[in-house]
Unconditional design. Structure first.
Length: 155
């Protein structure tokens, strides 16, 4: 749950009272906004993982580090769908679903789709799932209203 907070917190900084004006902003504005988000995310990861390195064992820290991109991707997707202030909705929903359906089997492993509990060494697909969610979130972040309209006109 703490990794989810660290991954989603930078996404919440995208909320603005001038969202309608920002949506039609120039390319330079959107690049600066993406750079600010990237810096905030890197700082958030560094602070979170640095703090956790003091109190958490290495295997758990590895799981948290592997899950951070997935939580951020879900936050970006949720922010684009529901508004940047509600960037936490999809991550919380996924956390509830994963907590309910991701039960450890008798061999001590979790399902392949669970990116929140499997160490990267044991389940490399969990890191792939996490990076895939980040890629989907970045694609959703880049879908500004004018890009979405131009894609719909082409289809």
């Amino acid at each position: 749950m703490l990794a989810m907070f660290a991954g989603v917190l930078p996404v919440l900084s995208l909320h603005s009272r001038m969202a309608a004006l920002e949506a039609v902003g120039t390319t330079r504005f959107h690049r600066g906004r993406a750079l600010r988000l990237t810096i905030l995310w890197a700082v958030s990861m560094a602070i979170f993982l640095g703090t956790c390195a003091i109190s958490v064992e290495g295997r758990v820290l590895e799981v948290m580090a592997g899950a951070l991109p997935g939580w951020t991707g879900l936050g970006l997707l949720s922010g684009r769908m529901f508004g940047w202030r509600q960037g936490w909705i999809l991550p919380v929903l996924v956390l509830l679903l994963v907590s309910y359906w991701s039960i450890q089997d008798g061999t001590g492993s979790y399902p392949r789709w669970d990116f929140t509990r499997s160490p990267v060494v044991d389940q490399p697909t969990s890191l792939g799932m996490s990076l895939g969610l980040l890629a989907v979130g970045i694609a959703a972040y880049r879908m500004t209203p004018w890009r979405l309209r131009s894609l719909l006109k082409q289809a």
